[in-house]
Design a protein around this ligand. Structure first.
Ligand code: ADP
Ligand code: MG
Length: 590
């Protein structure tokens, strides 16, 4: 090995710049954050060749004075903190005074700015790492930073840049995260000469609609949950809105976009009963908590922050999302089934709330059905004539006729504008799941005492594990106790399972519980047990149903939240429109 040398200052700045500047996305991120720190209300961004060719960010913020611009791009030059105490309570996005200096080190950069109160603006140009302050320029108040030749002096870094297309997408993602987080600021992104984003300062919901599309916006539920030490605000989307990856799980801490796998996991756990495996939620949530609990100074690009008491934040995010998703009255019932043009009255939020909260125990007496039958009389003429086989459930899309059952698996319904298939098992599973969750939340899960308790003989290890879980299983309706040896006595079962449960079925339930592989009574474990109980309680695939049973199923479904997916996230309803049928039969041109 050679001898130790002290690196030249030039080399040191190249190395540290490499930590801050990872690619065009991080340049853009730093520049946007500087503009936000300067209280800009509009930020204009332009990139060419994915940012590798050119990046330019202009704002109408406070600007940089002529005196200050001389210091811009020198290392550790910042106007944002000056004392060690300041580091404990960083209100601004930036604070290290490293971003512009890093850009000077690894790219060419031009800053023009006019500060409020100054007559003319000034300009700083840096090429090849050499900074020069130029004469006065005229321009409106604000700052423009132009960055070119990124990494042209650092071939090793340049080689690692992705294609302009990929780098460009990363830039779009950064701008989106900031734009969703700060709807009060106007954002424009010109990408390869085309406007990719163009939003005026607006309302948060309008911003989401503009950037994530009307479909997502329609299904957004507002989150605003204030706890003793923090507030969680933002939006979560109700299914069927979801994504195939985590790209739309946005988190902010006090407005700073962050990436945190814990928070993502927490959010996903809330959605686990309504999204299919491999589907991910769409949400944007900001957590505001005491500034002293946040350390943003742990990651070179500040993507990650350290939070004191992260468990508390995770719990708060979960609670807030769950409340918004499952307990709040939806602002608008998502119309998975079209109202079929038969004049179905728009449901008001209060009536949905009433239906959703009305007990599931007595679906037959549920006011919804009575209301619905009365409303049916006021419907305009429909191709479906009211008869013994028709039913009217606004939340399922209005008046329909029960056609029958297909393969003892699907219930077939004729609507005015097409055919609807209901997966009898999946749909009933959801009904049972929601009922169990509600009972569990109330702390009173109805159980059946078994006249003859069931004795299960298990492997030694399994036996121990079941007994370890006895307390929580008891809460979930399964009273288990040791029967000596490797035997376990089951004396109660959840009432929903019905009264003819065989020993074999109980054994298979216990096996499934053991298969969950969890020793601890985590919330996730409880939810999984509820799911598998619901599965065993639900109408089987293959079970023949008569019209009355179908009516019961549909009525209880109409009164169940999240009714369009089973607890595993599979759809419960598939709709084939008349339009589609006509196309298939060549009655109209596709
Ligand atoms: P930091 O943001 O950590 O302070 P930067 O290198 O990003 O460090 O910026 C250095 C300084 O330049 C900032 O502290 C600020 O005073 C000034 N500055 C940079 N960009 C802008 C801007 N868009 N508007 C106003 N001032 C800016
Ligand atoms: Mg900065």
């Amino acid at each position: 090995m050679g001898r130790i040398k002290t690196l030249s200052l030039n080399l040191v700045s190249l190395i540290s710049a490499g930590e801050v500047i990872d690619g065009p996305w991080s340049v853009i991120k730093e520049l946007i954050e500087n503009s936000l720190d300067a209280r800009a209300t509009h930020i204009d961004i332009e990139i060419r060749s994915g940012g590798i060719g050119l990046m330019k960010v202009s704002d109408n913020g406070s600007g940089i004075t002529k005196d200050d611009i001389r210091l811009c791009g020198l290392r550790h030059s910042t106007s944002k903190i000056s004392t060690r105490e300041d580091l404990e309570s960083i209100e601004s996005y930036g604070f290290r005074g490293e971003a512009l200096a890093s850009m000077v080190a690894v790219a060419d950069i031009e800053i023009t700015s006019r500060a409020s109160g100054e007559e003319v603006g000034s300009k700083l140009v840096s090429r090849g790492g050499e900074r020069r302050v130029l004469s006065d320029t005229s321009r409106p108040q604000g700052t423009t930073v132009e960055v070119t030749n990124l990494f042209s002096r650092v071939p090793a870094r340049k080689k690692h840049l992705a294609s302009p297309k990929t780098e460009g997408q990363r830039v779009v993602d950064v701008v989106l995260r900031h734009a969703i987080g700060r709807p009060d600021v106007g954002f424009r992104l010109l990408k390869e000469g085309q406007a990719a984003i163009d939003c005026p300062p607006q309302d948060a919901r309008d911003r989401v609609a503009a950037l994530w599309g009307a479909d997502v916006a329609k299904n957004l539920v507002e989150v605003d949950s204030v706890g003793p030490s923090m507030r969680v605000r933002g939006f979560v989307a109700r299914p069927p809105v979801s994504r195939g990856n985590r790209s739309h799980e946005y988190f902010y801490i006090r407005g700073r976009p962050i990436e945190d796998t814990h928070l993502g996991g927490a959010l996903e756990s809330v959605y686990s009963s309504v999204l299919m495996r491999g589907r991910y939620p769409v949400a944007a949530l900001d957590v505001s908590l005491d500034i002293a609990r946040i350390d943003a100074n742990v990651h070179p690009t500040k993507r990650e922050v350290r939070i004191e008491g992260i468990e508390e934040v995770i719990a708060a995010v979960k609670d807030a999302a769950r409340q918004a998703l499952f307990e709040q009255t939806p602002p608008q019932e998502p119309a998975f089934l079209p109202s079929s043009g038969v004049g179905v009255p728009q449901l008001t939020p209060t009536s949905i709330g009433r239906q959703a909260s009305a007990a599931l125990e007595s679906p037959r007496k549920e006011p919804l059905l009575e209301d619905a039958l009365v409303e049916a009389d006021t419907l305009k003429a429909s191709s479906i004539q009211k008869s013994e086989d028709t039913m009217q459930l606004p939340v399922l899309g209005g008046l329909f006729r029960i056609v029958g059952q297909l393969q003892n698996l699907y219930v077939l319904l004729e609507f005015e504008d097409g055919l609807v298939l209901v997966d009898q098992h999946a749909a009933h599973e959801r009904v049972m799941y929601e009922r169990l969750r509600r009972e569990l939340d109330r702390g009173s899960m109805p159980v059946q005492e078994l006249l003859e308790p069931i004795v299960l003989r298990l492997e030694h290890e399994d036996c121990e594990r079941v007994l370890e879980l006895a307390l929580v299983l008891n809460r979930l309706g399964y009273a288990v106790m040791s029967f000596g040896g490797n035997e376990v006595l089951v004396s109660t079962l959840p009432d929903v399972l019905g009264h003819q449960v065989s020993d074999k079925e109980v054994l298979s339930i216990v096996d499934e519980i053991l298969d969950l592989g969890e020793k601890h009574a985590s919330e996730h474990f409880m939810d999984e047990v509820v799911k598998l109980t619901a599965c065993h309680a639900a109408i089987r695939a293959g079970q023949p149903l008569n019209t009355d049973e179908i009516r019961d199923l549909l009525t209880s479904m109409a009164n169940t939240p999240n009714r369009y997916n089973c607890p595993h996230g599979r759809p419960t309803i598939v709709r084939i429109s008349s339009e589609e049928l006509k196309k298939r039969f060549g009655r109209i041109q596709p």
